[in-house]
Design a protein around this ligand. Structure first.
Ligand code: GDP
Ligand code: MN
Length: 416
């Protein structure tokens, strides 16, 4: 069944034998990292992890990008950390800086300062805004990146915990996958208050027919039946006991939420639904549609994806539209929600791969596949996963569930 997104491989393979299998094709792919000279130790630590767990066998090249020249020391140490090819690029002013007419407006600096005053995470760092804008709309145009078909984004201070003994690029290629992630989390609301409004506007103006991945990123409010239940939950301050829910309501929940089995209708769900029902939805320009961004996004410091996802077609005009709106400085739109909403428009769930077998950590968030009892690798044929894909559910049900911790894996910080 092509809808099923199984892990690409079960357990460890011999990476050399793997590459000799008939039909194997090394891909035109590269690692990409935007970074600064002073982050060298974090860069090296990420590279050691990448090399140790994957690239010592596959030798994919690296591209390092910076808004300033890389120092000789940086270049020498990075080269020494791998046998693979490494290239260093400096961003042009056009790629890195906001357009002059934007920078010259008084409101530009004020707005960024004001975001600091309002306690928006990284809101007062102009460089962070530039970084987000660069990853949203420019990295894929850089000549060192655009000549590749695939990229694997990494950052300083990321860690991989599991050996990846297959070639994720080739596996994605042969299975028609376009975008791969390890962690799905929620964005901080105040960094993107108007992103969804502009996104909806773009969709309407361009009459975009969204793919079914879109459902992963939106909550449908006002679905009459769902609302009724939510109100009921809110009014009754639901006693947190599953037994109290009668069968019909559980069925109903299963239809209107991402939960797929009665066992899942637990305390956490009830609490979520109560708080959701109490929350006032923000004012949305087009009141006639019931969609609200649920703030979920693929955590973009890890991405394995096709470059042309971003460089061709709809995404480029989506970015242009967002750029015109000013949200990369008037708000602090992250590249992660921008990528996710862009992909949500363009892709179907089956185009996306969840690398549930890749243990990954950055800062305090991690995704960790744990071995199941009995020593059997959990991600070979995850029964939960099969059930999800076997049932007719929304894409949100299918993919939203992927980001949740299961008995066979642990994902910290995943609120989707
Ligand atoms: P966080 O993970 O969201 O806290 O963001 P980071 O500070 O790690 O930034 C994301 C990526 O962009 C990292 O690879 C950084 O090295 C890089 N980065 C962030 N700001 C700058 C900058 O001003 N210049 C350069 N060259 N790279 C940057
Ligand atoms: Mn980081």
């Amino acid at each position: 069944n092509s809808r099923r997104d199984h892990t690409f491989s079960a357990g460890c393979l011999d990476p050399y034998a793997y590459q000799e299998q008939p039909g194997y094709q090394r891909q035109n792919a590269t690692f990409v990292m935007l970074t600064r000279n002073q982050e060298l130790s974090g860069v090296l630590s990420s590279m050691y992890s990448v090399e140790r767990h994957f690239n010592q066998w596959f030798q994919y090249p690296y591209v390092f990008l910076n808004d300033e020249e890389f120092s000789e020391e940086f270049i020498a140490q990075v080269r020494a950390a791998t046998h693979a090819d490494v290239e260093f690029g400096v961003l042009s002013e056009l790629e890195w800086e906001f357009p002059t007419e934007v920078r010259e407006q008084l409101v530009f600096k004020h707005s960024i300062e004001d975001q600091g005053d309002r306690g928006i995470m990284y809101g007062n760092m102009e460089s962070y805004h530039k970084m987000c804008r660069f990853y949203s709309g420019a990295f894929f145009k850089h000549p060192l990146v655009s000549r590749h078909e695939w990229y694997w984004r990494i950052e300083p201070d990321v860690e991989f915990f599991c050996d990846v003994t297959y070639d994720p690029f080739w596996e994605m290629q042969r299975r028609g996958k376009k975008y791969g992630f390890t962690v799905l989390i929620k964005e901080l609301y105040w960094t993107v208050p108007n992103l969804f409004r502009y996104t909806r506007s773009f969709i309407r103006q361009n009459k975009v027919k969204v793919g079914d991945l879109w459902d992963l990123f939106v909550d449908n409010y006002n679905v009459a039946a769902g609302d009724e239940l939510l109100n009921k939950l809110a009014n009754h301050e639901w006693e947190v006991e599953r037994e109290l829910m009668d069968r019909v309501e559980i069925e109903h929940l299963l239809e209107t939420s991402q939960y797929t089995s009665a066992e899942d209708v637990d305390e956490e769900l009830v609490r979520t639904l109560v708080s959701r029902a109490k929350r006032k939805p923000p004012v949305i320009e087009d009141k006639f549609d019931n969609e609200e961004y649920n703030l979920c996004h693929f955590w973009s410091n890890f991405e394995i994806a096709r470059v042309d996802l971003f460089s061709t077609g709809l995404y480029a005009s989506y970015f242009e539209f967002l750029e015109q709106s000013g949200g990369f400085w008037a708000e602090r739109w992250g590249d992660a929600p921008v990528h996710s909403l862009g992909l949500g428009m363009m892709l179907d769930a089956r185009d996306v791969h969840y690398f549930r077998d890749i243990g990954y950590q950055h800062s305090t968030l991690a995704h960790c596949p744990a071995n199941k009892r009995g020593g059997q690798l959990p991600y070979v044929e995850n029964p939960d996963y099969a059930t999800i894909f076997g049932k007719k559910r929304s894409a949100y049900a299918r993919l939203g569930r992927l980001g949740r911790a299961r008995s066979s894996e642990q994902t910290y910080g995943t609120g989707c």
